[in-house]
Design a protein around this ligand. Structure first.
Ligand code: NAP
Ligand code: MG
Length: 489
């Protein structure tokens, strides 16, 4: 069994209590490594180490060009480590290797380079108020910041947000999800190799209820970027009142993917399927989990989508030909199974899928246990059902018919979330009209899940409060503005 250690103050160490957690390979269901089960005292030591690194000036004292150069060296090292790090990530959370190795880690390296560029281009402004007054703004780092990370995309979230916070001049304490911590602890080796100041980035492994809660309530942390569920976001907000922490929240979704009758249906079938099923079994915050289809093409579209879904190769995430991997951990597997039961109880019509590991193995699949659910499509006629409203976070879509553009927009907006939305149409005027009225932080027209570091990323409504590491203003999210007025007349 492999063992991974915390990274605090530049040192590798177990939890102070000596406690451990097992970490499981979701393609087999077997434990393959152990990670520290840290507690509040480990968080406290990490916050002190981060504060010392910040105060030492070893990072903040660099010129912006020097900081950017260091970040670019890190980006190169990340890119060169794609093969090794992607194997740890895929073993731990089941996201297919073809994505972790060839898309996510190289993409993260590009994002770090983009953020390094922003560090060199940070600008305040002068404000013309009146003769004799010289007024200007400057952007300053917060100090010690924290990241709380989910299990569905540990390395991309870690690389992007650590890079944004470092580019802004901060020190950082990171808490990965207990279900997928190993790859992040491994990735800290690059900081040693590149000679980053000890304590500038610290990683504390453990449970949300202990390490996460201690971070949320720690008075030495000025800002937290949290990526995870809306329910946990709410509890962090409550704990953060202790020192009026600034919070960046990237939360959940139940995103609509709308297919109009005039769409290129071949493209829509492929795009809707990739929006919810592939590659990592719907465990994406932006998953297009509500498929809204014009009633005039509803039956035909569902038939084609179901055929596409059924053709996806569900299997070992380490195999580069796998189309869709497992659910990332047992707790989430149980959640998805409970929604499969709920769908049936709520009277939804199962169009395709709905099978779990045991049934898939019985049907001759070469799976070796683990937490698998095949691509599942429910046809429903009510957007108020629980399966239509709640985030399932698995390869499960509900499809609803609509009779007019107006009704499509109403259905699309009828959830507490507002993270993403897709629409498929050949009518340019309709594309603009509908886009303007969708209450979502990201809208995709004739594509889905298209993301780029230069485009802001964040949610509306209960999906969060904005972007954290994307777009030209990303660093401002990690800084405090200072307004200065000098009387010079
Ligand atoms: P989660 O339960 O909210 O967990 C997210 C992180 O918060 C984990 O590190 C977790 O630790 C920690 N945590 C749990 N309880 C905590 C507490 N009381 N105080 C502080 N931290 C705590 O979310 P998840 O189910 O793992 O992840 C899936 C969710 O993330 C989905 O809702 C998805 O939509 C959302 N997500 C959003 C985005 C986005 O950008 N909007 C991206 C990815 C995922 P432990 O797991 O170790 O207990
Ligand atoms: Mg795991």
């Amino acid at each position: 069994m492999q063992e991974f250690l915390n990274y605090i103050g530049g040192e590798r160490c177990p939890a102070r209590s000596g406690a451990w957690l097992e970490t499981v390979d979701p393609s087999t269901g077997q434990a393959w490594a152990r990670i520290p089960a840290s507690g509040a005292e480990d968080v406290d030591v990490a916050v002190q180490a981060a504060q010392r690194a910040f105060d030492s000036g070893a990072w903040t004292g660099l010129s912006s060009a020097e900081r950017a150069a260091k970040l670019r060296a890190w980006a190169d090292a990340v890119e060169a480590s794609a093969e090794w790090l992607s194997e740890v990530e895929t073993r731990d959370n089941g996201r297919p290797l073809r994505e972790t190795r060839f898309a996510q880690i190289p993409g993260a390296a590009m994002q770090i380079r983009y953020l390094a560029g922003l560090a060199e281009n940070l600008q305040g402004s002068t404000v013309d108020i009146r003769p004799g007054a010289f007024a200007y703004t400057r952007w300053e780092p917060v100090g010690v910041t924290a990241l709380i990370i989910p299990w569905n995309g540990p390395l991309p979230v870690f690389f992007a947000k650590v890079a944004a916070s470092l580019a802004a001049g901060n020190a950082i304490v990171v808490k990965p999800a207990q279900q997928a911590t190993a790859s992040i602890l491994e990735a800290t080796r690059l900081f040693d190799e590149l000679g980053f100041p000890p304590g500038l980035v610290n990683v504390v492994s453990g449970r949300g209820s202990e390490v996460g809660d201690a971070i949320a309530g720690h008075p030495g942390i000025g800002k937290i970027s949290f990526t995870g569920s809306t329910a946990t976001g709410r509890s962090i907000m409550q704990r953060a009142t202790v020192n009026i922490k600034n919070l960046l929240l990237e939360l959940g979704g139940k995103s609509p993917n709308i297919v109009f009758a005039d769409a290129d249906l071949d493209a829509a079938v492929t795009g809707v399927s990739a929006g919810i099923f592939t590659p990592n079994a719907g465990q994406a915050c932006v998953a297009g989990s509500r498929v809204l289809v014009d009633a005039s093409i509803y039956d035909e579209f569902l038939e084609r989508l179901a055929a596409h879904a059924a053709s996806i190769e569900v299997g070992d995430p380490m195999d580069l030909s796998t189309g869709m991997g497992p659910i990332a951990n047992e707790a989430q597997y149980e959640t998805v199974r409970s929604y499969l039961r709920l769908g049936r109880e709520e009277g939804a019509r199962l169009v395709t899928g709905g099978h779990t590991t045991e049934e898939l193995i019985k049907d001759g699949s070469p799976l070796r246990g683990g937490f698998y659910v095949d691509p599942t499509l429910f046809a429903v006629d009510d957007n108020r059902l629980r399966i239509s409203q709640e985030e399932i976070f698995g390869p499960v879509a509900v499809a609803l018919p609509f009779n007019s553009e107006e009704q499509a927009i109403e259905l699309a907006n009828d959830t507490p979330f507002g993270l993403a939305a897709g629409l498929w149409t050949k009518d340019l005027r309709r594309a603009h009209r509908v886009t303007d009225r969708l209450r979502a932080g990201n809208v995709w027209v004739n594509t889905y899940k298209a993301m780029h570091w230069a485009l802001p990323f964040g949610g509306h409504k209960q999906s969060g409060n904005g972007g954290t590491a994307n777009g030209s203003t990303a660093l401002h999210e990690w800084m405090d503005p200072k307004a200065v007025w000098m009387n010079v007349g």
